[in-house]
Design a protein around this ligand. Structure first.
Ligand code: NAD
Length: 317
């Protein structure tokens, strides 16, 4: 354990990693942040830049560039490192290259004596989280993917706008793969304590299921739209990662749709997927198994099948 008890080693100081770092600094979510990247020069520059903001911040965070040895007493290792898709490269080819990147990261992290919690943001996040679990040999409760945390935040924002209510009072989740097969189990979506589907039935002139389906499509397509507009997405996932780190360090028991190993829930096994989880100092303390309808279960099965297929196709695991 680190002296502060709130040490994070960030591996990958690209757009996503540094968006996390900026959010973490401004929200004071950790006491010590080590920036680690294959491009050491960049990590040094990023640390310098952030440190110059300390005078304007509430935080007295220690921020510095470091190597894998820094993981030995860290509470959290956050992985945002990855390679980008090359023109004409398939998703599977990208997955194989990112798996090689993860092998080069997980091994030295474990050799350092790291005994904390892995948080993974690199895409395809569910699969990279499963790879991290397998390579590290850690118990699955200490290997967390950002999963559909960001998608759920997007959903709550859009539903809040639609029903004219604060997103804080929207209780609805995106589950399954962080990707094309993710979906919203509408039977489980509430505004305050009232099911969204009941609100629609009671107010057919104001709200419709068609609009809800448009909202879930918008959530699914959000990343693509942002990438088309500005080349990449990073602030949202940086803030989602900071939110998860805060839940861990505050021992918060917060419900977040992280990517976790399903072990019998919904009849699924051996697959990491986004699901509401209770997150605290131990990592994933519990998973909430939603009461899905038959149709929703079918969608989840399909999403898990897609994830399993991708992982098997990457025969190195
Ligand atoms: P980026 O290219 O800006 O940064 C990647 C960083 O990883 C670079 O600094 C690079 O030097 C570093 N890196 C590469 N190989 C490394 C290695 N072997 N060891 C250490 N560092 C290494 O990319 P980005 O925009 O920051 O995206 C990072 C990842 O986050 C991507 O996989 C992206 O798809 C993913 N992402 C996830 C979500 C989500 O919701 N989970 C959202 C957006 C992006």
């Amino acid at each position: 354990m680190s002296k502060s008890g709130r040490k994070v080693v960030l591996i990958g100081t690209g757009m996503v990693g540094m968006s996390f770092a900026y959010a973490a600094l401004n929200q004071n979510v950790c006491s010590e942040l080590v920036l680690c990247d294959i491009n050491e020069k960049k990590a040094i520059g990023e640390a310098q830049d952030l440190n110059h903001g300390l005078a304007f911040s509430e935080s007295s965070m220690k921020i510095y560039q470091g190597g894998y040895e820094e993981c030995h007493d860290a509470e959290i290792v956050l992985i945002c490192a990855g390679v980008n898709q090359k023109p004409k490269e398939t998703r599977l080819e990208l997955l194989k290259r990112n798996e090689a990147v993860f092998r080069s990261i997980i091994e030295p992290v474990i050799q350092s004596g790291f005994d904390g919690i892995f948080l993974v943001a690199t895409n395809p996040v569910d699969i990279m989280t499963q790879i991290t679990c397998s390579l590290s040999g850690f118990e699955p409760s200490r290997v967390i993917g950002t999963g559909t945390t960001l998608d759920t935040a997007r959903l709550r924002y859009l539903l809040g706008n639609y029903f004219d209510v604060s997103p804080k009072n929207v209780h609805a989740y995106v589950i399954g793969e962080h990707g094309d097969s993710e979906f919203v189990p509408w039977s489980q979506a509430l505004i305050s304590t009232k099911p969204v589907l009941d609100i629609i039935e009671d107010n057919p002139h104001l709200f419709t299921k068609k609009h809800l389906d448009e909202i879930s499509e918008n959530v699914k397509n959000a990343a693509g739209q942002i990438i088309a507009a500005k080349g990449a997405t990073y602030y949202g996932i940086g803030m989602a990662s900071a939110r998860i780190v805060r839940a861990i360090f505050s021992d918060e028991n917060a419900v977040l749709t992280t990517s976790v190993l399903l072990e019998g829930e919904y009849g699924q096994n051996d697959v990491f997927a986004g699901n509401p989880c209770i997150i605290n100092r131990n990592g994933v303390s519990r998973k909430i198994e939603l009461s899905l309808t038959d149709g929703e279960l079918e969608k989840l099965n399909r999403s898990c099948d897609i994830l399993r297929f991708s992982l098997r196709a990457d025969s190195n695991i």
